[in-house]
Design a binder for this molecule. Structure first.
Ligand code: FAD
Length: 289
């Protein structure tokens, strides 16, 4: 199918883009990498009156780091994240996760701002944002605001973004030295969306797990944190018993959907198995193994 007719503007600046979006009165759409938007237009699941292309705006494609955070511009392509030495040094779990995102052709165009705004419930970057407590920076004609990633994703393909708002940057706190991490995913074929994926970061304090974070995608309407399992592991050595308790808590907490690709039961089984693996690898890395 072909999309319904729309107007098109190629914004040269952020001010131009937010003005055009405000003028559209809720009927405009930002065009970033187009990897999710264009199929939705072609299937006529969306019929915006105007597309506001942000690809010509300078300074939205940066990756830089301060002492505390890595700042990623909304137009940064997935492939740039996958290959960035800065990301590898400060957020190695993201480098690992990006290798599971789609195929190279899609990673060459898709952007972090598009992925977070699109909010696919099986996507990797929204899960990274929730796992790593990212802050999402947002602009509209009325000014700027910052959204905590944990509050940003409100449902499947639904976020806290208003019709007239644009994501400009995402700030990820750098992983502290000696942080153990792991990312585990199962998809039907390489490049497909995850059936389930789990990301874990933790450190070791006095021989026990500390600052434990567990994120999941593909097993709910939004990316999730496994808060109960995080609490069960904190302050304990990660032995077989602790691992089993955490994985069981995760299996009990999730409410996956059955769809064309997998049953809810299979997804629940998968997320438990992936959590066992990811927690174990993160612990070993944190212990310096
Ligand atoms: C074959 C295929 C396989 C894929 N597999 C995966 C996968 O395994 N994992 C995965 O995570 N993704 C996957 N994707 C999706 C891909 O990562 C997309 O690139 C991403 O979801 C959307 O990014 P985009 O830049 O292309 O956004 P677009 O398609 O341009 O936009 C998507 C939505 O976000 C809005 N938007 C875009 N940028 C902004 C912004 N800065 N501020 C506000 N709103 C904005 C748009 O208006 C639109 O509603 C796949 C896509 C394809 C085609």
């Amino acid at each position: 199918m072909k999309p319904a007719a729309f107007d098109y503007v190629a914004a040269e600046t952020l001010d131009e883009a937010v003005s055009a979006l405000a003028r559209a009165g809720g009927d405009g759409k930002i065009l970033a990498g187009g990897q999710s938007l264009v199929p939705m237009l072609n299937f006529r699941l969306l019929r915006p009156s105007i597309l506001i292309d942000i690809n010509r705006i300078r300074d939205l494609g940066h990756v830089d780091a301060t002492a505390d955070v890595v700042r990623i511009g909304a137009l940064t392509r997935h492939h740039a994240l996958e290959t960035s030495p800065l990301i590898k040094a400060h957020l190695p779990i993201m480098t690992a996760a990006m290798q599971h995102v789609a195929h190279l052709a899609v990673r060459n165009r898709g952007t972090i701002g598009g992925s977070l705004s699109h909010a696919d419930p099986a996507a990797e970057l929204p899960m990274m944002a929730v796992l790593l407590d990212a802050k999402i920076k947002i602009r509209s004609l009325h000014g700027r605001r910052v959204a905590e990633a944990r509050c940003f994703f409100t449902g499947s393909l639904t976020t806290d973004l208003k019709d007239d708002e644009i994501v400009t940057d995402v700030e990820f706190p750098r992983l502290l030295p000696n942080t153990g991490w792991a990312f585990e995913e199962v998809a039907r074929r390489a490049g497909d969306f995850a059936l389930a994926a789990v990301g874990v970061t933790m450190s070791v304090h006095n021989g026990t797990a500390d600052r434990v974070r567990i994120g999941m995608t593909g097993v709910g309407e939004t990316p999730l944190r496994a808060s109960e399992a995080e609490g069960l592991l904190a302050g304990k050595a990660v032995d077989a018993q602790a691992l089993e308790a955490a994985a069981s808590a995760i299996e009990a907490a999730v409410e996956p959907n059955t769809d064309l690709h997998a049953s809810a039961d299979y997804r629940r089984f998968l997320v438990g198995a992936l959590a066992r693996r990811a927690i174990s690898v993160a612990w070993q890395r944190a212990c310096g193994a």
